[in-house]
Design a protein around this ligand. Structure first.
Ligand SMILES: Nc1nc2c(c(=O)[nH]1)N[C@H]1C(S)=C(S)[C@@H](COP(=O)(O)O)O[C@H]1N2
Ligand SMILES: [Mo]
Length: 419
């Protein structure tokens, strides 16, 4: 690939945005000199100099090309071409916080308490208990925000305007939730598992939970539902839930509670913060775009739809005539597996098959690639579409408008010029 061009800005999916300038360590100390005070991480309540707020690189060690969607709370997106790794590294993993991450983590004193109407008796585990008393399992698991793709809904919906990069697929290791549940002993009345976490509400009111969602019991009992204490072979990074996190892939990532301190085994649908519609819910029956939908007509999102992403090349590639372009990316589903990935260079008029690899495990994304030949010089869009074993596939247009802008699984596309 010789060079790149800038795809037109109306192509939201492929528009490179968020080129931000990040301040360096030197920048920090000269800022400190400017303010006449030493800048420490524990900044005064409710006040952060803007330059610091806009620096997830310093705070979380993120790649400088990640896009800050919001800084209070932190919401940071990964551009598609930075999701090219088979296993997403920490520096390229999106962040979605609803509140303030816990400031001090006491690893030695950290506990997980299991309680609720449907538990035989309350039980508390230390981190050491979890690591020593249970078998450790490791899976590579997709985490996709329910609002990924929100930026494409019209009329626009409120919330972080995620394009396509609120998704990751890291290796998670820890205890199976089902092993913990069988150790604790749950009643036959158990229908839901809710989580409780240590992050702080934006109001700094310690009586308010930031988010307390969860999963139906059948999801909780799946092999791949983990109480994780490791990510990519190391302690979970601070932004992603250190030291303990629930991981239930296939559902919106909001069910995968970070900084996990407790679980409630419920005899009803969990009623924690952001569990009830309109949060993480879709109209039960399709609605006209822009409609007001009463909460009682909304259904909680469970499985996320089938989806795929082109991670190479970056949109805007310029290639030479008569030289095929190798594209690659990943596809994922909440069903058993992706069975087919296709590409089109004629806006969906015709499709060709990509080579598709098997998944490492269920809920891991599957890699695809293809060698794409272009008939003549000019401008092209390469579109990709995945199909899963249930026969579900992706629409080319943004599907099913909904009031909160969830579950957009429209095909991803990149712009290419052949010269
Ligand atoms: N405790 C806690 N867990 C949380 C959240 C949060 O704000 N607090 N955000 C949820 C949402 S909406 C998403 S999309 C994922 C994001 O995970 P990540 O930040 O590790 O990428 O975490 C989920 N778990
Ligand atoms: Mo999310």
């Amino acid at each position: 690939m010789a060079s790149v061009f800038t795809p037109i800005t109306t192509m939201k999916h492929t528009n490179p945005t968020g080129r931000r300038k990040f301040i360096t360590k030197t920048g920090l100390s000269s800022l400190a000199a400017l303010l006449g005070a030493e800048i420490v991480f524990a900044l005064p309540e409710g006040y952060l100099p803007l330059v610091l707020e806009n620096d997830p690189q310093t705070l979380f060690g993120k790649h400088p090309e990640l896009i800050v969607r919001n800084n209070l709370p932190w919401n940071v997106e990964t551009p598609a071409h930075l999701l090219d790794d088979r296993v997403t590294p920490n520096e390229k993993m999106f962040i979605r916080n609803n509140g303030l991450a816990p400031e001090k983590i006491d690893v030695a004193g950290w506990t997980l308490t299991i309680r609720g109407e449907a538990v035989n008796q309350e039980k508390t585990y230390t981190l050491q208990d979890l690591k020593s008393k249970f078998t450790k399992y490791q899976y590579q698991l997709v985490l996709e925000c329910g609002g990924n793709g929100r930026a494409d809904f019209f009329p626009p919906t409120e919330g972080n305007q995620w394009e396509v990069g609120a998704v990751s697929c890291a290796e998670w290791a820890g205890v199976r939730l089902k092993d913990i549940l069988s150790d604790v002993g749950i009643k036959s009345t158990a229908v839901y598992v809710g989580y409780h976490a240590a992050d702080l509400h934006l109001s700094r009111d310690t009586n308010k939970e930031v988010i307390s969602r969860g999963v139906p019991i059948a999801k909780a009992l799946e092999n791949e539902t983990l109480i994780a204490y490791e990510m990519n072979g190391k302690d979970i990074p601070p932004a992603h839930g250190h030291p303990l996190r629930l991981i239930a892939s296939g559902f919106p990532a909001s069910v995968s509670g970070k900084w996990l301190t407790g679980l409630s085994i419920r005899d009803r649908i969990h009623d924690g913060e952001k569990m009830a519609p309109p949060s993480y819910a879709l109209p039960c029956d399709p609605v006209q775009p822009g409609s007001d939908v009463p909460n009682e007509n909304m259904c909680i999102i469970e499985n996320m739809p089938v989806k795929s992403l082109i991670t190479y090349p970056k949109s805007g590639a310029i290639i030479k005539e008569n030289s095929p372009l190798r594209i690659r990316g990943h596809a994922w589903t909440a069903e058993q597996r992706i069975t087919k990935v296709e590409y089109s260079i004629d806006f969906g008029a015709t499709w060709s098959t990509c080579q598709l690899e098997n998944a490492k495990n269920r809920y891991c994304w599957q890699h695809f690639q293809a060698s794409v030949s272009f008939p003549r010089k000019g401008y092209y869009e390469v579109w990709v579409k995945a199909t899963d074993d249930s026969g579900k596939t992706q629409p080319m247009l943004t599907p099913g408008w909904n009031p909160k802008g969830y579950a957009n699984n429209a095909c991803h596309r990149i712009a290419v010029k052949v010269s």
